[in-house]
Every structure is written in structure tokens, then in C-alpha cells.
Design a protein around this ligand. Structure first.
Ligand SMILES: *[C@@H]1O[C@H](CO)[C@@H](O)[C@H](O)[C@H]1NC(C)=O
Ligand SMILES: *[C@@H]1O[C@H](CO)[C@@H](O)[C@H](O)[C@H]1NC(C)=O
Ligand SMILES: *[C@@H]1O[C@H](CO)[C@@H](O)[C@H](O)[C@H]1NC(C)=O
Ligand SMILES: *[C@@H]1O[C@H](CO)[C@@H](O)[C@H](O)[C@H]1NC(C)=O
Ligand SMILES: *[C@@H]1O[C@H](CO)[C@@H](O)[C@H](O)[C@H]1NC(C)=O
Ligand SMILES: *[C@@H]1O[C@H](CO)[C@@H](O)[C@H](O)[C@H]1NC(C)=O
Ligand SMILES: *[C@@H]1O[C@H](CO)[C@@H](O)[C@H](O)[C@H]1NC(C)=O
Ligand SMILES: *[C@@H]1O[C@H](CO)[C@@H](O)[C@H](O)[C@H]1NC(C)=O
Length: 383
């Protein structure tokens, strides 16, 4: 099984040059005889994958990108469960030629016990992700706390996968891929940043040799919104991806990347109702439209906005740049949240990174990007 999958991966990588020209974010290299060969942008997508949360890789594929692997992180639930959700949705989309690598079970320091003790002092998060207390009566859809290695099969509404994860870890795959293709691999991270931080610590050149980092998370100034509306509104404003693993977030967001794009508050900009996917299901019937019938449409297009910005940077209609730090003080009520600085006021005692912070997006453009991915899905047969 593993040998076969490894072969498929090699095959997938080696045909990359022969693929059709990507529709956006095109890239080219000149060969020695002066001809120009189209090269698909390469990406590894790291996420806390969910039963209907496959759109980011579908968007990348639909834009003509080469998804060289998918890695799983712990955030909404444990990394094993999220890896299996990725396997399941890839299988349903006829995409099992894309390898899945399981990420770190635990954040660098944080644990459910530490997180729950922090909540006792600083207040509850509306959405606690993998760190919500175990409650067997409600352990559906996904497991929280307890043993991170357990899979809860009842959560696999897209079917339980018949494939399995690769036998190296997410961080190892990240490191190996960036060594193999220096300067070419985009890293998309829409869960906790644990695997990214581990890769940075395994290989001191990892960040500098990646093409870019794009994350979902990094909210600014949302505290008022956490107090003045419903608990759901507070949930939408809580930065669970970074807060699950504050130390990893700090390592990842202060490393020496060439280019960092943060999809923070703007991830809450594009709202959809049930008619969004409903209309697509009316238009066509495929594995994706079937799975999307279970998409929780009370949430904005968080990860999908980040993916759209990656493959179609022109969808960002207002971008600003500043330096960011991540609060890693366990004693702080903003533990795991970012803090931003302008050039003149940035701290001298640490080397913070200047990042691109997207402030506004073209909403219709983001929706169209998602629509294309669902209506014209790419599968392994197209590689
Ligand atoms: C130029 O090099 C490319 C890549 O090595 C090759 O595919 C192509 O046939 C060459 N063209 C000519 C005119 O030699
Ligand atoms: C795995 O195979 C079983 C049996 O054919 C099928 O019912 C299930 O849907 C498959 N899983 C996925 C994710 O496609
Ligand atoms: C996957 O392949 C099956 C069988 O060939 C086909 O019916 C289905 O539409 C394909 N799904 C996608 C998402 O391409
Ligand atoms: C488990 O969930 C049920 C239903 O939401 C709730 O009534 C109960 O208090 C929870 N138990 C614990 C220990 O949190
Ligand atoms: C193409 O790839 C090269 C090398 O990875 C990179 O330096 C360049 O910025 C890329 N160009 C575009 C348009 O993405
Ligand atoms: C960073 O990425 C954005 C989006 O692709 C691009 O517009 C910008 O030119 C890049 N900046 C650098 C310094 O490469
Ligand atoms: C889908 O089609 C049904 C039946 O024609 C119709 O009632 C429904 O309004 C359509 N849904 C959307 C979102 O277009
Ligand atoms: C971009 O956003 C910033 C911050 O909200 C705002 O000050 C600025 O006016 C916006 N620029 C444009 C062109 O809308």
C-alpha cells in the first residue's frame, strides 16, 4: 500500500511539467535552449480538515496548481481525525493520488488541561476545538480532549476512507518538499501552525526556501464584537487556529519567509446562505455537491477565502503591511492572539516579520473561485 502510494506521488510530481497552463498565478521557467515551459505553482495544504471542508485543495487544483500533498493539523479536532477527513474527501473526489500526511497530535506546549485551566482564569472560548472537554454523549461529530489517537467513525459523513496516511509526519514532508523544490512551494495553513513551526525548527532554511506562507487566522481588534452580540458572533471572532498553539504561531509568523499573507478579519467577510451550494447542486451533481449538502453555512467562507487569495491574489482589494507578534504569555487574556506594529514602533529586541494583511476582498470573486472548484472538479484522471 505504502509503496504504491509513494510511486503515485512520484508520478504525480513528475507529470507536473506536462500539465495545462494554470488559469491564474502562472509561473514559467526558461530552459537552456530558450523555450519557455509552463510550471504549475506547487502547494502543500495544511489544515484541520473536516467532512465538508475540502474546498481549499479543490480551489488550488481548479486554478491549475500542483497540490503535492495535504497535511493535517490539530485545531477543530485532533490531527488523526482531520487526516482521515482529508483522506475521505480526497477519495470521494477521485483524488487519492494526492498523499496525506498526519500532523502533530499535540501543540508544542498546550494541552487540553492547560487550555481548560487558562479558560478558568481568562474566560471560556465559544469554540474550543480539540480542547473542548470530552463528552461522550455529544462526541459527534469529532473527538475532543482525551486520547488524540482515537477516530470517531460516526463523524465521517462523506464515508470512512479506504486509504491511509503516509508513514512520515507532516513536518517531515514539509521539510523534504521544500528542500526538493527550493523557492517553489507555497505553504497554506488554515489550522494550528504546529506542523509549520516543527518544519521551521527541523530545517533552519525551511521558511526562507518556501515560496510563501498563507494562513487563515490572525484577527485584530475583535474584542468588542466578542461582547456585543451572540455567542456565535463571539465564536466567529475567536482566533482558535492560533490560540490552540500560541508558541507555534509565534515561531511560524516570525520566521524569515519571503512572503507571508495573513487572512485575518477578512476571513469573516464572505458570508453564504444555503442557496449558495444549493444552487450548485441544482446545476450539477458530483461528489462535491453531494458532500456540500452538509456544509455548515452559518459560517463565513474562512479557509476558502484564504485559498482563493492564494491562487488569485488580485481578489485582495485592500492589503496593508505591518509587523506582527503573537502573545505567548500564558498569563495573558490574549494568549495566542496577534499584536501588530507599524515600522516606527516595532520592538527592537526581537526580529518580527513584516506580513501582508488582507483587509478587504472581492466577495463575488471569492465566491466565483469556490463555484468553479465545485462545478468543474479536477480529479487524478486529469493529472
Ligand atoms: C528545448 O528544451 C525543451 C526542454 O528541455 C525541450 O522540450 C524542447 O524540445 C527543446 N526545443 C528545441 C527546439 O530544442
Ligand atoms: C470506502 O469504500 C466503501 C465500500 O465500497 C464505501 O462505502 C465508502 O464510501 C468508501 N469511502 C469513501 C470515503 O469513499
Ligand atoms: C469519480 O469517479 C466516478 C467514477 O468514475 C465518477 O462517477 C465521479 O463523478 C467522479 N467524481 C469526481 C468528483 O470527479
Ligand atoms: C455533555 O453534553 C450534554 C448535552 O449537551 C450536557 O447536558 C452535559 O452537561 C455535558 N456533560 C459534560 C460533562 O460536559
Ligand atoms: C515563479 O517561480 C520563481 C521561482 O520559484 C519565483 O521566484 C517567481 O516569483 C515566480 N513567479 C510568479 C509570477 O509566481
Ligand atoms: C507576495 O505575494 C503577493 C501575492 O502573490 C504578491 O503580490 C507580492 O508581489 C509578493 N511579494 C513579494 C515580495 O514577493
Ligand atoms: C433548486 O431547485 C429546486 C427545484 O427546482 C428549487 O425549488 C430550489 O429553489 C432550487 N434551489 C436553489 C438554491 O436554486
Ligand atoms: C484599506 O483599509 C484601511 C484599513 O481599514 C483603510 O484605512 C483604507 O482607507 C482602505 N483603503 C482603501 C483604498 O479602501
Amino acid at each position: 500500500m505504502f509503496a504504491k502510494k509513494a510511486l503515485t506521488l512520484t508520478a504525480l510530481l513528475s507529470v507536473a511539467l506536462a500539465k495545462p497552463t494554470p488559469s491564474s498565478s502562472d509561473n514559467s521557467t526558461s530552459s537552456s535552449n530558450g523555450t519557455t515551459t509552463s510550471v504549475k505553482p506547487k502547494v502543500i495544504l495544511d489544515n484541520d480538515w473536516s467532512p465538508a471542508g475540502f474546498l481549499p485543495y479543490a480551489q488550488a487544483l481548479s486554478a491549475g496548481w500542483d497540490v503535492i500533498g495535504v497535511t493535517s493539523s490539530t485545531a477543530n479536532t485532533w490531527a488523526r481525525q482531520t487526516a482521515y477527513h482529508a483522506l475521505a474527501t480526497l477519495e470521494r473526489g477521485n483524488l487519492s493520488c494526492i498523499p496525506v500526511f498526519k500532523g502533530s497530535d499535540y501543540p508544542l506546549l498546550n494541552t487540553p488541561k492547560l487550555f481548560q485551566a487558562w479558560e478558568e482564569v481568562h474566560g471560556m472560548l465559544a469554540w474550543e476545538g480539540a480542547f473542548a472537554p470530552v463528552n461522550s454523549s455529544t462526541e459527534n461529530p469529532d473527538p475532543t480532549s482525551g486520547n488524540p489517537d482515537r477516530l470517531v467513525r460516526s463523524a465521517f459523513t462523506a464515508g470512512f476512507p479506504n486509504t491511509t496516511v503516509q508513514d512520515i509526519s507532516a513536518a517531515e514532508f514539509l521539510v523534504q518538499s521544500v528542500r526538493k523544490y527550493p523557492g517553489q512551494v507555497s505553504i497554506y495553513a488554515a489550522g494550528a501552525l504546529t506542523n509549520i513551526a516543527l518544519a521551521i525548527r527541523i530545517d533552519a532554511n525551511f521558511a526562507a526556501n518556501a515560496r510563501e506562507l498563507i494562513i487563515m487566522g490572525g484577527y485584530l481588534d475583535t474584542n468588542l464584537l466578542q461582547t456585543t452580540g451572540s455567542v456565535l458572533l463571539a465564536d466567529l471572532q475567536s482566533d482558535i487556529n492560533l490560540m490552540i498553539d500560541p508558541e507555534a504561531a509565534k515561531i511560524a509568523l516570525t520566521a524569515d519567509w519571503r512572503n507571508v499573507t495573513v487572512t485575518g478579519n477578512v476571513a469573516n467577510q464572505v458570508l453564504i446562505g444555503p442557496e449558495f451550494f444549493g444552487a450548485m447542486a441544482n446545476q450539477t451533481s458530483n461528489a462535491y455537491t453531494e458532500i456540500l449538502a452538509t456544509y455548515p453555512t452559518q459560517f463565513p467562507l474562512w479557509d476558502e477565502t484564504a485559498a482563493a487569495l492564494m491562487v488569485e491574489p488580485s481578489l485582495a482589494t485592500n492589503v496593508t503591511e505591518f509587523y506582527i507578534d503573537v502573545d505567548t504569555s500564558y498569563a495573558s487574556p490574549t494568549y495566542g492572539n496577534i499584536h501588530a506594529y507599524q515600522e516606527a514602533l516595532k520592538p527592537a529586541a526581537q526580529d518580527l516579520k513584516k506580513i501582508r494583511y488582507v483587509v478587504e476582498v472581492d466577495e463575488e470573486g471569492v465566491k466565483e473561485n469556490v463555484r468553479r472548484a465545485v462545478l468543474e472538479p479536477v480529479s487524478c484522471a486529469d493529472f
